[in-house]
Design a protein around this ligand. Structure first.
Ligand SMILES: [Zn+2]
Length: 117
């Protein structure tokens, strides 16, 4: 894919302002996104273009008539054109498996607002 051109990934998100030459970037590479889109908070930045995103959800427990907080962590690929810091909310989209544990890619940085959007 030619650089300098931003692909339409089929999801209504703001494309990143900077460009990159990462093949596994949905905007500037040849990676296709399909499947589910999730929102979570960056828990950890890994060394090689990857982040761990933590999602906090609630599940109703019938026996106690209360909600239980559940957490799940998902490893996601981080294209170099999207800058994130630990604590940022990000939107991740499902894609083909990039490595053993990574089949999501960060598509948008939503900033720091909100406890669990
Ligand atoms: Zn890119």
């Amino acid at each position: 894919m030619s650089s300098g051109q931003v692909n339409n990934i089929g999801i209504g998100v703001h494309p990143p302002r900077s460009a990159c030459d990462d093949e596994n970037c949905p905007f500037h590479g040849s990676l296709r996104v399909r499947g589910i889109i999730l929102t979570g908070r960056v828990y950890k930045k890994l060394m090689k273009k990857a982040v761990v995103v933590e999602r906090v959800t609630t599940q109703f427990v019938r026996k106690y008539k209360r909600y239980m907080r559940k957490r799940s962590r998902i490893s996601a690929h981080l294209p170099p054109c999207i800058g994130v810091e630990v604590g940022d909310m990000v939107r991740i989209a499902e894609t083909r498996p990039i490595s053993k544990t990574i089949s999501f890619v960060v598509i948008e940085n939503l900033g720091r607002g909100g406890e669990n959007v």
